[in-house]
Design a binder for this molecule. Structure first.
Ligand SMILES: C[S@@+](CC[C@H](N)C(=O)[O-])C[C@H]1O[C@@H](n2cnc3c(N)ncnc32)[C@H](O)[C@@H]1O
Length: 274
């Protein structure tokens, strides 16, 4: 189905979703009252989560700018979330007006809201919201909207910003990533972030471990990974300076606060396909 002729997806409001919770952390909006007990538990268990989410979202904007500055004019943004400020197509088009963007998510509210926004903005000719799961790369790559908007003979900007934590090891993230790498041409770029506890202080480790257990009650449990595991996700890509770093530290636009306790909990990097 093309994203221009969709029926809103039904939503199970009793099961908190990572997309709705992350959106709350960024915007403060409560989408369903039934999310509130879960949100309150998260605030208790991991009080730095909103700050972490803002750092993550801010990296997304810098990654899109970096890719547009490198000449990329088409993006596949997988696990794009609910639209909010600084959406990929808005950031990219503020720099290069013709840029095409395909968003992908498997969360009903993310899909419904993104499609509403794209329709309201009258940008469906150059932007689409695809209802698909990262665990099915061929469904994403062969979706009619992807084929309509992405020219796979030109470099593509792949954005997987904080979506791999929702892909368990059993789903073989390396092989999923390989399928996207094989679909794009040299000069394409991959930006990813991943929550991690490796460099976190003891107190944060305890908080995040408890928070991850809270996410176990959500529709999808979270998987934390090490710096090394994150680095292996870039197999086949040449990392841009400064390599694997914290999201806050990747070409920051403001001085980095090294006392910020959310800072070490999110690895980030951008790679280019040689
Ligand atoms: C933490 S949010 C990140 C949103 C956005 N990328 C950002 O960084 O601002 C994670 C998103 O990944 C989506 N997601 C989780 N598992 C997914 C999967 N298997 N396939 C597609 N999207 C998924 C969630 O629905 C959610 O919207």
């Amino acid at each position: 189905m093309s994203s221009s002729d969709f029926e809103p997806r039904p939503i199970d409001t009793h099961k908190p979703s990572p997309a709705r919770i992350y959106h709350h952390m960024i915007t403060g909006e409560v989408i369903f009252e039934s999310d509130l007990p879960f949100i309150h538990r998260l605030y208790e268990e991991i009080p730095f989560y909103p700050l972490w989410a803002q750092h993550n979202r801010s990296f997304l904007g810098r990654a899109v700018r970096h890719m547009v500055d490198s000449g990329i004019r088409q993006f596949l943004d997988i696990g794009s979330g609910l639209p909010t400020g600084g959406n990929t197509h808005e950031v990219a088009r503020s720099l290069a007006s013709g840029t095409r963007v395909v968003y992908v998510d498997n969360d009903e509210e993310a899909i419904n809201r993104a499609r509403d926004l794209l329709r309201q903005q009258d940008v469906l000719e150059t932007t689409a919201m695809v209802d698909a799961d990262l665990r099915e790369p061929s469904r994403i790559l062969e979706h009619p909207d992807t084929k309509r908007l992405i020219d796979f003979s030109e470099p593509v900007g792949l954005l997987l910003i904080s979506v791999l934590p929702w892909i368990p090891d059993a789903a073989d993230p390396a092989s999923l990533l390989a399928q996207f790498r094989e679909a794009v041409v040299p000069g394409s770029q991959l930006a990813m972030t991943h929550v991690s506890l490796e460099d976190a202080g003891t107190e944060i480790k305890q908080q995040v471990a408890a928070g991850a257990a809270v996410f176990g009650d959500a529709s999808t449990p979270v998987t934390l990974r090490s710096r090394h595991q994150f680095e292996t996700f870039f197999t086949g890509w040449k990392l841009a300076d400064p390599g694997i770093t914290y999201a806050t530290d990747w070409h920051p636009e403001e001085p980095v606060d090294i006392t910020d306790y959310a800072r070490p909990c999110n690895f980030a990097a951008i790679g280019t396909l040689p």
